[in-house]
Structures are given as structure tokens and as C-alpha cells.
Ligand binder design. Sequence first.
Ligand code: NAD
Ligand code: MG
Length: 385
Amino acid sequence: MKQKRIAIFGSTGSIGKQTLEVIAAHPELFVAEILTAQSNDSLLIEQALQFLPNIVVIGDLTKYANVKKALEGKPIKVFAGVEALEQVAAMDCYDFMMAGIVGFAGLKPTLNAVENGKAIGLANKETLVVAGDIVMRKAKEFKAAIIPVDSEHSAIFQCLVGEDSNPIEKIILTASGGPFLGKKPNFLVNVKRDHALQHPNWSMGAKISIDSATLMNKGLEMIEAKWLFNLAPHQIKVVVHSQSIIHSMVQFEDGSIKAQMGLPDMKLPIQYAMAFPQRLKNNFPRYLFDKPNQLNFDEPDLRTFRNLYLATEALRKGGNTPCVLNAANEIAVYAFLRNRIGFLDMTELIEKTLEKIEYIADPSLDDYFETDGEARNFAASLIQL
Ligand code: NAD
Ligand code: MG
């Protein structure tokens, strides 16, 4: 394999840091070419000094002078701001983008990489939730390979290798159930941020951790799967599997089910996407069958975790509805993280926003940006009341 030049969008996040670990473990195969971060300038500087990329971008303009000064004398170009982020994604100097920005903010840079015909490791699921139709259409047009990094979608992708002409009957997305599996609304009403951030199986960024606690994450993943694998809503089933050993499954038309398994470790799907179609040897801990073990499966509790119900409805409705869902959810999650609203208030906020924003059946990219802005403003106005 020729050495790949990697652009990590969101290098200071959970996905970004693990991507750098994979690069550090395989210096003959990967080199860090571009690193970007929103506000964590000290970590970005530290990463830049260690990996000596060609370019770094800091989103927050007020941090530019600090980053520039710290990297003085190094062969590293320093840029700042949203436009720089988008322009750098359109550059030719890299081969593979790790799309590790969180939220709607990842859409534009990822779309630029798609239009640039790059290979993309897609962690930023919100990109497909918001504008999956446009992103997948453009990926085809510009021959940009989108390789999923989300563990469930990586699992499905891996199950589909070698099955090109075999149609999918359905996919089974596994959900850990998050930290509040089995709990009821009378418990959830008093839940606080620190408890909600403690995921039993995965260590992740704050936003996705809350999404996992509300099961919105699984809803976003259903929509992500629809676009990645060209599925109808009825072909996507969610099953609670609290051990997170089976990362997801594909059922084919003969009834046969393929699963991808392993210990929960994001470095595996990250490395798989980066090296695809090759599998790289590593020393990650292995799942062992040398003692009695049980894998459990259960139905999700849609009455308690209503975010998953709302997302399933948005998946069915299509148009700009998933975009509204995503925007309201981002506002709700950050309000919950700042202790402004309670755990169950998040669902209420999303539901009211879904009722308010006008439906567009076949949105353009501009429509998506407008919908996102309107939905955010409306959701935020509910919090200020
Ligand atoms: P994180 O919060 O740990 O990191 C987010 C990164 O994005 C940081 O580097 C931050 O600087 C950057 N960022 C944040 N806001 C930005 C903005 N407005 N503009 C530009 N950059 C910005 O998040 P994470 O857990 O690494 O998740 C990243 C994405 O990957 C999310 O979409 C998440 O759903 C997805 N994902 C993460 C995991 C995981 O294990 N962490 C697993 C599956 C999918
Ligand atoms: Mg996932």
C-alpha cells in the first residue's frame, strides 16, 4: 500500500486522537498532512509538534495568534476560521479525510472533500443525517469513496465485502442501550449530565455520549444507514445488545445473517477505513471465547426513549425532517450539557421543533442550511422562555 496522506478534521476529538494513534502505529502507511480543531489550541499545537503536518487549521479565530506563534519556525502552514476549514478540504495535498468533526459543522468540509473526489472515513454521521441524498449523489458523481467509521456502519460495510450482487433483506443495527438501559421516565427526569456522560462500553465525545444515553444516536444511525446502504426504512431494524460485541448485522435474501464482532474499540473501524481494503495487524485486545459468556438481544423501549421514536418517524418522512431533528437535537444536547434543561426536556424540545418547521419534500443544499438555521433558532427560543 502506498503511503496515504491523512487529513484529520477534528483532530483534537475522540475520533481524531484515535486516528493519530493509528497513524503513529503505522508510519510507513500513513502520514498526517492536515490537522484541524475548533478551540483546543493547546492540544492542536501539541499534535502539530509531534506529527509535523503540512497544514493546521484552528476554527476559533481568537486562537490563531497563539497557534501561529507556537509553530513558528516549523514547516507548518497555519490557518484559522470556518472558510479556511472549507478551503483546506478542497485542497489536493491529501488522499484521505477522516471526517471527525461533530455535528452539522462537519457537513461543508466533508462535502468539499466529496467534490474533490477524496476517500473519506466518515465518522461525522450528522453529515448524512442532514443531507445524505446530496452527499451520496455527489460521492457517485465525483467518485469519492465514503467508508463508514461509525462502528455499526463499519460492521455492515465489512459484512457486505464480497456480496456485491446480493441484495440486502435487512440490516440489524445493534444498540448498547447506553447508561440508562432499563430505566423509566420517573428515573430519567432527575438524571444529570455527569451521569449521562458515563457510557458503559465506549469512551466518546460529549455530544455522542448524550445521544447514546437518549438513544437519539441509534436514530441518527438509522438515517445514516439508509443513505450509506441505499435502504428503505422497513429494512432497518434496531436491536438492543448491551455487551457491544456484535457491532451490527446484515440479513441477506436467503435468510442468512452475517455479523461483525469484536471488543468495543473505535480504533478498529478507524484503522479499517484508513487501510481499506487491507486489514492491518495490530495488538488491540481480542474478544475471547475461553469462558462462559452470554450475548443478549432485546427490543428498544421506544416509550421511554422517545428520541428513537422521533428519529424513526423522521427517517420515514424524509425531506428536510431529519435536518430539523438533527438541529433541534444539537441545541437540546448542548443545553442539557450546560444544565439548562433536564434529560426528558430534550425530547420535548425536539418534538416541538419538528412540529414547527415547514416540510420540504426535496430540499436543495441551501434549503438544508436554511432549515438548520430556522430549527436552531426556534429550539433555542424555547429554552430562553
Ligand atoms: P469530540 O467532541 O470528541 O470531537 C469533535 C472534534 O470536532 C474536535 O476536534 C473539535 O475541535 C471539532 N469541532 C467541534 N465543533 C466544531 C466546529 N463547529 N467546527 C469545526 N470543528 C469543530 O467528538 P467525537 O466523539 O470525536 O465525535 C466526532 C464525530 O464522530 C461525531 O459526529 C460522532 O457522532 C462521530 N462518532 C464518534 C464516535 C466516538 O467513539 N467518539 C463513534 C462513532 C461516531
Ligand atoms: Mg455508532
